[in-house]
Design a protein around this ligand. Structure first.
Ligand code: BG6
Length: 484
């Protein structure tokens, strides 16, 4: 099996915030890898735009340094590197003023796809969109890519949607949630809707509960300023975990196309019950022997922002009534691991008697690392001595099953940027989806603010606060271990 690269026609891409952290770490290395893979044609023009006083030449040096730092494992030739850098341009530009806009407009081609990547804070989305429009760069071939956070609550998200809608049609707006570009996240849909095996059991009659865990080992060091104003609820739950929940819970769309997929996701979000304070735990990591704690990281000893959230969500529809979804995410946890576990109910009646024990199937989809799926299956414990049952894993790691091709898949940003150019919005969030996610999140945050609730501390390197364990224990369930 060889991976397929479908070249895209030459295009123009402007990265606003072209000297920023995201551009350095993700966007530019992603473009370089697609370039080396042969997906981008000669003549494609990449333009960094920012306030810094740079020239084309010094921007190329800047990008070369970023590739050295963030593209370490990628094999490429010196010729590829030089050719990629030669296609780069830089425009010094004032996002809220007039400087640089005429020059940028002069660089843009007429008859090709033009993508504008807003890798800047949301307060600049409006000014950028307005200027693109005013300088004639918002024609039908134009697309804008906007990064999260898309607002900080329903009201600000609505404002942003309204502002962008003044200059661009919804079909031109690509709201990025990079989790949707991850290979295994897309695999959720393939596993669910490409197999006959799972879908008939995918409902509250057979599923006891679902656990979604996104655990990180990193702290917030370096991003403290942003993070302390966001917290795990806004930074991870409202977007990444919400998207995972949608893909795991939605009805089968009639087609794998943007409207059908996003309609089904929206229905899930709208069917979510409000979460009461008793169903949610927020935590904040403590310092350990060698690393600072949350307060030191954000340089705010009084901060009550959460770096961990665990909650119990309920979807009120026919498929899921009675099946809770437990979500948790946090920084400075024991291991970096993201997985979804679908825990099935026990067989309704055991023909083997009490000594056979209680067993159930668990389907685990590992999103990262060791991407793969595991199904716990109950079998007879080998040997004499009666009918005793044990659970064994049917485990498949994609790299082992699929060989080197599975290692060579594009990362989330590579795939998403190419989807922008191809005009495929399936893996991007629609405006109404983002608003619905905020509508569910807002009351949770408002309740914390009203109570002046303080997060509970947890040890760095742990599985989060004890209270999060209790959240499941009192339902007679337990979290899966956080480990690689
Ligand atoms: C980002 C969050 O969107 O996702 C970060 O802002 C988080 O706080 C990151 O660390 C996690 O992404 P990944 O791809 O490393 O799981």
């Amino acid at each position: 099996m060889a991976s397929r690269v479908i070249p895209v026609d030459p295009f123009d891409l402007v990265i606003f915030g072209g000297t920023g952290d995201l551009a350095r770490r993700k966007i530019l290395p992603a473009l370089f890898r697609r370039y080396c893979a042969g997906q981008m044609q000669p003549g494609t023009r990449l333009i960094g735009a920012a306030r810094a006083e740079l020239t084309d030449a010094s921007y190329r040096d800047f990008v070369a340094a970023a590739l050295d730092e963030f593209d370490i494992v990628h094999n490429h030739t010196d010729e590829q590197r030089s050719a990629f850098l030669a296609d780069l341009h830089y425009v010094r530009l004032d996002a809220t003023g007039e400087d640089g806009w005429e020059r940028l407009a002069g660089l843009m081609s007429r008859d090709r796809i033009k993508a504008y990547y807003f890798s800047v804070g949301p307060s600049l989305f409006g000014p950028l969109a307005e200027r693109l429009h005013r300088h004639g760069m918002a024609d039908a071939g134009a697309r804008i890519v906007v990064e999260k956070p898309f607002g900080r609550d329903l009201e600000t998200a609505r404002d942003l949607n309204r502002t962008l809608a003044q200059h661009f049609d919804e079909s031109q707006i690509y709201r990025i949630d990079h989790y949707l570009g991850k290979e295994t996240v897309q695999n959720l849909m393939a596993i669910r809707f490409g197999n006959m095996l799972f879908e008939p059991l995918w409902n509250s009659q057979y599923v006891d509960h679902i656990q979604i865990t996104v655990a990180e080992t990193v702290g917030v060091g370096g991003r403290g300023d942003y993070y302390d104003r966001a917290g795990a609820m806004r930074d991870m739950v409202q977007n990444h975990l919400m998207q995972l929940l949608c893909l795991i819970a939605m009805e089968p769309p009639a087609k794998f196309d943007p409207a059908a997929v996003r309609d089904e996701k929206l229905k899930v979000i709208r069917a979510l019950d409000p979460v009461s304070p008793a169903e949610i735990v927020r935590g904040q990591y403590l310092a350990d022997a060698d690393k600072p704690g949350y307060h030191e990281h954000v340089e705010n000893p009084a901060s009550t922002t959460e770096s961990f959230v665990a909650l119990r969500a309920q979807i009120s529809n026919w498929r899921w009534a009675g099946t809770p979804f437990y979500l948790r995410t946090g920084k400075r946890l024991r291991a970096r691991t993201s997985e979804i576990a679908v825990v099935f109910k026990e067989a309704p009646h055991s023909i083997f008697g009490a000594e056979a024990g209680r067993h159930r199937n668990i389907l685990t989809i590992r999103l990262q690392p060791n991407e793969g799926i595991n199904l716990d299956v109950t079998i007879k414990e080998p040997g004499p001595g009666g009918m005793r049952l044990i659970d064994v894993p049917l485990d498949m790691t994609f790299t082992e099953a699929l060989g080197p091709d599975a290692e060579d898949v594009p990362d989330a940003y590579e795939r998403l940027i190419m989807d922008v150019i191809r005009g495929n919005q399936t893996l991007f969030m629609r405006g109404d989806e983002v608003e619905a996610a905020w509508a569910w999140t807002d009351p949770i945050i408002a309740a914390w603010d009203a109570d002046e609730a303080e997060p509970v501390p947890y040890d760095s390197g742990s599985a989060g606060p004890e209270e999060a364990l209790a959240l499941m224990h009192r339902d007679g369930r337990r979290w899966r271990e956080i480990r690689v």
